[in-house]
Each structure stands twice: as C-alpha cells, then as structure tokens.
Design a protein around this ligand. Structure first.
Ligand SMILES: NC(=O)c1ccc[n+]([C@@H]2O[C@H](COP(=O)([O-])OP(=O)(O)OC[C@H]3O[C@@H](n4cnc5c(N)ncnc54)[C@H](OP(=O)(O)O)[C@@H]3O)[C@@H](O)[C@H]2O)c1
Length: 319
C-alpha cells in the first residue's frame, strides 16, 4: 500500500512509498483511509524542530511515518471486535495516518452521514483538542463568557462551535479575512486582531482559550475574571522549542495569579470521538474545510499550513 514517509527533516521532504499493509489484531479495526488532514503537530515533526528531534532522532527521523486524522471505510475487523463491521464508514485518529490503510483500536467512531469523508478526516486532533480544552480543562459552563484567540484555524473553528454548543457566550479573535467565516460559526462577537486589541476591551472572561498564543500573560490577564481559567492550546512556531516559547512564560508568570493557567495535549479516545459524532450529527458542529489537496500534493498542503495563517482545516484525499 502507499504511505507518506520522510527520511530527513525539512520542507518538501514527504514522499509516497510502498509499505506493508497492516493486519488487524483481534481487538483492532482495519480502515481503508479515504481522507486525512494536516496539523501543526505533523508540521513540527516533519520540519525538525529541536524538540521533535529529541523525541524522534536528532539527525534523521526514527519513525518516518506521519499523520493522525483519518476517515474511511472498515475493511476488516479482528475477532474480538463487535461494534464495527466491514463497510462501516468511520473516522478517528491514530499515528501514521497518511496512508491507505490503518489499524485502529481506540479513537474511532462511526462517520455521521451528514458530513463528507474530508470533513470527518479533519476532526480527530483539532476537534478533540477544542472539546477537551473547553469542557475538561476549561470546565466551561452554560452562560459563561469565553474568549477564543486564534478562532479561524483548525482548532479555533471547532472551538467556536463547541463553545456555543456548551451554552457559552463566545468572543472570537481572528484577522479581517476570516471575520465573516467565524461569525457564521456562531460567535457572538468577533474581534479583528488587525484592527482592535482584544486585551484592551472592558469585557472580562471566565475562560480564555489561547490557541494562537499571540499575547503575553501581562496582556492577557487584563481581560480575565479573578477566578478565570486560561487554557493554552498552542503558540507561534519556533524552530527550537516550538510553541513552548509561549507556553513556558505563560505558566511561569502566572504562577502567583488567582487565575488557573493550564496546558494540555489532547488524547484520542472513543468516548470523545462519540461526543464529536453526536455534535456533528445534530448539526451543532460542522467541520470547516478550506482547501482539499490530493495525497501527491501533501508537501503543498504542509507548506500552506506552515504559513501559520491557514483558514479552518486543510484536508488531504487518499483515494
Ligand atoms: N495542545 C494540543 O493538544 C494541540 C492540538 C492541536 C493543535 N495545537 C496547537 O494549537 C495551535 C493552533 O493549531 P491549529 O490546528 O488551529 O493551527 P492552524 O489551523 O494553522 O490555525 C492557525 C490560525 O491562527 C490564526 N492566527 C495567526 N496569528 C494570529 C494572531 N496573532 N492572533 C489570532 N489568530 C492568529 C490564523 O488566522 P489568521 O490568518 O486570521 O491570522 C490561523 O487561522 C498550534 O500551535 C498547534 O501546535 C495544540
């Protein structure tokens, strides 16, 4: 089968090669992948940020496969699997998903009929990050005020919709070209960061979902209620420690504050994939796809994502 591999770090290093097709273990589902999407995590792994090299080989990648999100059709199931059968349309997340077939145990759910494979294949990382950030780490309650900084990208477009579904009053921050799109997702107020400084408004927020990581703790704390929570999702790209350049000072400088500041890494699990499925089936959440690339243009998809100004999700079709 075909899979995307990389043998060195850098840009334009992704190649399509033949690899062995996996066989499902007794508790696994074999999925024929139809679509996937690109995420900053894969961009960091590919480009060779120092932290990624520490985990995956200093000079060249030990694990040369990439990808996390997928949507496709079940081709076979292990003998202990009772909840999926061949032919089922599914979506989920597992490492190495830029390929024609994946074996999955956790992090899989039935694909809602009202979304495309490209939409379903963009949910796992971005959707679960938004869900877990708002619901679990942010403990967002109905009626609370949340500010989402970086509302127009992959995580942000899910976060605006999930925050509305959780009953919050949502203020979203993005640039001029994305204002209408973000408003159409249900944001109560959209602040264009090129025209207005969101840290200088009179409003105070119970939860600040910091996806873009564009502002310092000193600036951000001006808009927080005394008992607010700040959930840090990411930050600007950095070659050495990536978004940690933003995350570490946010954590350090907020240590004595009355507000809680947390950073987390999203995890794939079936329960949350089910929550996402229901949100999408009910129409409360709709994955927004801005561009779709064929697999043989995955380097172009990564380059676009690498600008840091991609709009919504970027899907990649596999077959
Ligand atoms: N913790 C986790 O588990 C986890 C999971 C997924 C992602 N992340 C991190 O979260 C971050 C975002 O991921 P993503 O998938 O949403 O990325 P993305 O799809 O590339 O989106 C980036 C968005 O950021 C916006 N942006 C750039 N500069 C901004 C600024 N100064 N103010 C406000 N918005 C700005 C861009 O909009 P404009 O073009 O309008 O500027 C763009 O839409 C990354 O750092 C990623 O590593 C963390």
């Amino acid at each position: 089968m075909k899979a995307v591999v990389f043998h060195s770090y850098g840009m334009d290093v992704l190649k399509i090669e033949e690899v062995e097709k996996p066989t499902p273990k007794e508790n696994e589902v074999l999925v024929k992948v139809c679509a996937t999407s690109v995420n900053p995590a894969e961009w960091y792994g590919m480009s060779g940020m120092f932290l990624a090299r520490l985990g995956n080989g200093l000079f060249k990648p030990k694990d040369n496969r990439l990808g996390a999100d997928f949507a496709g059709i079940v081709e076979a199931v292990g003998r202990d699997v009772t909840d999926f059968k061949p032919g089922d349309e599914v979506f989920g997340g597992r490492s190495g998903a830029y390929t024609e077939y994946v074996c999955v145990q956790k992090g899989i759910a039935r694909k809602p009929a009202n979304i495309t494979f490209e939409q379903a294949g963009s949910v796992a990382i971005a959707g679960l990050t938004a869900l877990q950030g708002l619901r679990d780490h942010g403990n967002l309650q109905p009626g609370q005020k949340v500010l989402i900084n970086g509302a127009s990208g992959g995580v942000g477009t899910f976060a605006v919709q999930i925050a509305k579904a959780l009953g919050a009053e949502v203020t979203a921050v993005c640039s001029t070209k994305n204002v209408e799109m973000v408003r159409s997702l249900g944001a109560d107020l959209v602040i264009d960061y090129t025209k207005e400084d969101f840290t200088r408004t009179r409003q105070r927020y119970d939860l600040f979902l910091d996806v873009a990581g564009s502002r310092s703790w000193i600036e951000c704390r001006r808009i927080l209620t005394p008992k607010a929570t700040v959930v840090i999702i990411g930050g600007p790209k950095g070659k050495v420690i990536g978004p940690l350049k933003h995350i570490i000072p946010m954590r350090l400088f907020s240590m004595r504050a009355s507000q809680k500041v947390v950073f987390f890494i999203a995890n794939f699990n079936r329960e949350d994939m089910e929550v996402m499925r229901k949100l999408m089936e009910s129409g409360k959440v709709k994955p927004v796809i801005d561009r779709i690339y064929p697999l043989n243009q995955i380097n172009e998809a990564m380059s676009y994502l690498g600008t840091g100004h991609a709009k919504a999700k970027i899907a990649v079709t596999i077959q």
